[in-house]
Design a protein. Structure first.
Length: 300
C-alpha cells in the first residue's frame, strides 16, 4: 500500500499546502489485473481487491471509476444490488444517472451504472460496492480516482468577472460621453462582448461549484473469470482454463462451419447424385444391342 499512501499525501498537499495551480488534476489508478501482488489475501489465500483510502482535498472535485469482473450469472444481481444501495440513500444523497446492460454473446456481458453522490459518501459507497462484488465471487480489476481543482476554476472565474465588470463600467461611462452614433455603436458592441465574458465566467464558476456539490461514481461490470486467468502462481489451473477455452472455441468454430457449409454441401451432393444416376440410365438406354443377342435363331 506504499504507493497508495504516497498518492494520498500528494492529494492532501495539493489541497492544503502551497497555492493551487490552475487546472491542476490528481489521478490515482489501481489496476489489479496487471499487478495482482498489490492485493491483500484473506484467510483462504484468495486474492482480493485493495482497499481505496483517499482523503478529499478542499476545492478538489473527485471522480470515482471502478471496474469489476465477475461470473456472467451474477452480473445482473450485483448491478441490481448496487442500484438498490443508491436508492436506499435517498435521492438527495444519491442519484442514478445512467445504466447499461449489453449481452454480447453467450456468457459475455458488459454493464455499467452511473451515480451522483454527496462528496462525503462517495468513497464509502465505492468500498461497499467492492465488498458486494467480492461476495458474488468477483473482483475489482480497475480503480481510478481523478481529482480536478475546481477551487482554482472558481477563483479564476471570480477574477475574470471582476475585471470584466470594471470594463463594463468604463464602457458605460464612455457610451454616455459618445458624441456620434458611430462611436456609440462601436462602444456598445464592445460592451456586448464584455458582457458575454462575464456570463461565461459565471457559468464556469457555477459548473465548478456543482462538481464540488456532487461526486460522479461509475461502476463498470464485465463477465469472465475473476482472478484465475491472471494468477501466475497457479500455472496448472491457468493451463487447464486455457485448454478448456481453446476446446470450446474449436468446437464452436466447427459447429459454425457445419451450420454454414452443411446445407449447400448436401444440396450439391443431391444434384451430383441425380446427375450421375440420370447419366447411367441414359447410357443404358442408348447402348446398341450386341450381335448374337438379338434373339433366338430361326427354326430350320
Amino acid at each position: 500500500m506504499r504507493w497508495l499512501l504516497v498518492g494520498v499525501g500528494c492529494v492532501a498537499m495539493a489541497g492544503c499546502g502551497s497555492p493551487q495551480r490552475e487546472g491542476s488534476t490528481q489521478m490515482i489508478t489501481a489496476d489489479v489485473a496487471e499487478a495482482p501482488s498489490r492485493a491483500t489475501a484473506d484467510s483462504e489465500g484468495v486474492a482480493r481487491a485493495p482497499g481505496i483510502n483517499l482523503t478529499a482535498a478542499p476545492g478538489v472535485a473527485f471522480t470515482y471509476r471502478y471496474g469489476f469482473r465477475l461470473p456472467a450469472a451474477r452480473v445482473d444481481d450485483v448491478q441490481e444490488q448496487h442500484a438498490a444501495a443508491c436508492e436506499r440513500l435517498g435521492i438527495a444523497r444519491c442519484r442514478i444517472t445512467g445504466m447499461r446492460y449489453r449481452l454480447l454473446g453467450e456468457n459475455n456481458i458488459e454493464a455499467a451504472l452511473e451515480f451522483k453522490l454527496l462528496p462525503e459518501l462517495a468513497r464509502g459507497f465505492g468500498k461497499t460496492g467492492i465488498a458486494g462484488v467480492e461476495q458474488a465471487e468477483g473482483t475489482l480489476i480497475d480503480a481510478q480516482i481523478t481529482g480536478t481543482d475546481a477551487g482554482a476554476v472558481i477563483d479564476r472565474a471570480g477574477v475574470d468577472r471582476a475585471r470584466a465588470t470594471d470594463e463594463l463600467r468604463r464602457l458605460d461611462e464612455a457610451i454616455l460621453r459618445a458624441r456620434t452614433g458611430t462611436e456609440r455603436a462601436e462602444l456598445q458592441a464592445q460592451r456586448a462582448e464584455i458582457a458575454r465574458r462575464v456570463e461565461g465566467a459565471s457559468e464556469a464558476a457555477a459548473g465548478a461549484r456543482a462538481s464540488l456539490a456532487q461526486t460522479p461514481v461509475s461502476f463498470l461490470y464485465e463477465s469472465g473469470p475473476a482472478v484465475r486467468g491472471f494468477d501466475s502462481s497457479a500455472p496448472i489451473t491457468s493451463a487447464l482454463d486455457t485448454a478448456v477455452g481453446s476446446a470450446q472455441t474449436t468446437f464452436a468454430v466447427l459447429l459454425g462451419l457445419l451450420a454454414i457449409l452443411g446445407p449447400p454441401a448436401l444440396a450439391i451432393g443431391l444434384v451430383l447424385f441425380a446427375f450421375f444416376r440420370a447419366r447411367r440410365w441414359w447410357r443404358t438406354r442408348a447402348r446398341p444391342a450386341q450381335p448374337g443377342t438379338a434373339g433366338p435363331p430361326a427354326a430350320g
